[in-house]
Design a binder for this molecule. Sequence first.
Ligand code: SF4
Length: 322
Amino acid sequence: MALKLSDYKTDVHNDWCPGCGDFGILNAIQMALSDMQIPLHRAAIFSGIGCSGKTPHFIHTYGIHTLHGRVLPFAQGAKLSNPDLEILAVGGDGDGLGIGAGHFVSAGRRNVDMVYIIFNNAVYGLTKGQAAPTLKLGMKTKSLPQANVNNSVNPIALALVAGFTFIARGYSYDVRHLKDLIRKAVEHKGLAFIDVLQPCPTYNDINTKEWFQGLDNINPENGRQMPRIYKLEETGYDGVVYEPGEINTKMAKMIERSNEWGNRIPVGIFYKNEHIPTYQERIVARIPNYIENPPSKQHISDTNSKPTASINRLLEDLRVDK
Ligand code: SF4
């Protein structure tokens, strides 16, 4: 029987602030899972700490609310243990690009076949709006006593140099476009990253919904308001690497677009490269039956609950005095 969108929703009380961009991202994830008809028991959503950390509570699949900045190690471990699962990791920009920045870079090197979505509002919303890693230098939100003294991280460029093989940006109030990006990220072979611009109406009074809509952004040529957000695909941009020889060219074009900010902000797929082996493929090269017999399918105890795993052989293999 076909799964309905409502099947992917829980009845857990949601206490996000009214108007928060998180709602759009949650809806887009549920719509993407529903579009793809992913069985509830075949998906697992992992989160870090922050307002976005509550996301797994609202999706009726497996959900694991982990530690601050540690969502990627948990999520990668789950995927490697059970390659049959569709894994989505979510978290804020503070969670993923502040305390979790080391894991972000390490994940890129591995290219585990899963999706990571950052809810990017440029502040630490859960703890009253301190400056997060994507807040621009010199910006003073209403939650800060003084302007931000640090420069900001460019998540799109960082993902590229770390080794992510699918890199996109969405906007939380364009739910259908974001849903399509999530679907493409899940279908991608390798590690996919989506940076989602997510207004926080409670603490970030600069990058608001009205700001992204461009209500103050007047086109000097015709005097009309101009939305800041535009779609890469509508400009002829194509970030797909069709053959390895064009990797450097595509990377250079992507970096150029990733630096656009201010009056024009691109969303869509910046980069997609399926020529890099996934971590699972690298494991299969060493352990040929890994996919048929991954750790999650191995018995760890007998019918009397006695552990069947033995580390003696492993210890013997590791001995250095042989
Ligand atoms: Fe959303 Fe900001 Fe409220 Fe957190 S503090 S729920 S990010 S509006």
